[in-house]
Design a protein around this ligand. Structure first.
Ligand SMILES: [Zn+2]
Ligand SMILES: [Zn+2]
Length: 284
């Protein structure tokens, strides 16, 4: 029996979203993550029918699927400032509309940052923001994936309990799930350096959130120390996490079927090697 393994990287959409698909093919990826708009601008990109056609052609030609969109870094669905919150909600809605146009199955987003509010207030604002797109979310097939964060500054989402609160409040009304970022998890204080540590962490995830909500991974090693809450990605096996948990994730029954995306810093040449290594792990 052969089961497909979805492994890829965050490739570049410069020149059009479809370019990210072809870049994925060049590095041996079976899936990719991309930004559907400039991640550092509020002004969202409009996707033309021509671009949709090129996108569908690229998917058909390469066999790449399970694509993930990463939302703009500016979006804070838990913002205190009303103007920032308004712009964030508008931009998030447009992110989801672009995903629907391109039939992208996953929209990964950072939950939000509390700034001057408490964590609980921030979580409530995020829940309200998500419920605002309820109708839109149910008009397409894109799942909204909360990303586990490093807990830098006032950002929420670095504890499984935060994600459980959000999911509990929206799960009956929206397609919602979680994308685990291994670097973020580690610097947030979940010790995944060994197979045992990863097992325990997934058990905690199951107890607090439920493994049925785990949909994808960002695979990154960490330049920074355990529990430092500082987010700096490293190539796999070259950071403070080491290679072991990545071998585990490619092989464990709990995680091998889930799509995985590299966001390691060196770019396409190294992604190609990392993807080849990860595929080897999966086949052992
Ligand atoms: Zn992210
Ligand atoms: Zn990160």
């Amino acid at each position: 029996m052969t089961t497909k393994i979805w492994i890829g990287a965050h490739t570049s959409a410069a020149g059009g979203a479809f370019q990210a698909i072809y870049e994925g093919e060049k590095i041996g990826a079976t899936t990719v993550q991309l930004f559907t708009s400039n991640q550092k601008q509020w002004q969202g990109r409009v996707i033309s029918p021509e671009e949709v056609a090129l996108w569908e052609k690229a998917l058909a030609e390469t066999g790449i699927d399970q694509v993930m969109s990463h939302d703009s870094y500016l979006i804070n669905l838990g913002a205190v400032d009303p103007l920032v919150l308004h712009k964030s909600r508008q931009a998030f809605r447009e992110e989801l509309q672009r995903c629907h146009l391109l039939k992208i199955p996953y929209l990964n987003f950072h939950p939000g940052a509390a700034t001057t509010a408490s964590v609980d207030e921030c979580l409530s604002t995020i829940i309200e923001s998500l419920l605002e797109v309820e109708e839109l979310a149910n008009s397409g097939k894109t799942q909204l994936l909360l990303e586990t964060t490093a807990g830098q500054g006032s950002s929420v989402g670095h504890r499984f309990e935060h994600l459980a609160t959000i999911i509990g409040a929206v799960k009956d009304r929206l397609p919602i799930g979680v994308c685990i970022d291994t670097c973020h998890l580690f610097v947030a204080g979940y010790d995944i350096r060994t197979e045992e540590g990863m097992e325990k962490t997934l058990e905690a995830f199951d107890a607090i959130i439920g493994l049925s909500y785990l949909r994808a991974f960002h695979l990154n090693d960490s330049m920074k120390e355990f529990a430092s809450r500082v987010d700096r990605h490293a190539p796999l096996g070259q950071g403070k996490i080491g290679i072991e948990p990545f071998r585990y994730l490619m092989r464990s029954e709990k995680t091998r079927h889930l799509p995985k995306y590299l966001e390691t810093p060196e770019g396409p040449a190294v992604w190609k090697e990392e993807i080849a290594t990860l595929k080897t792990f999966a086949s052992l």
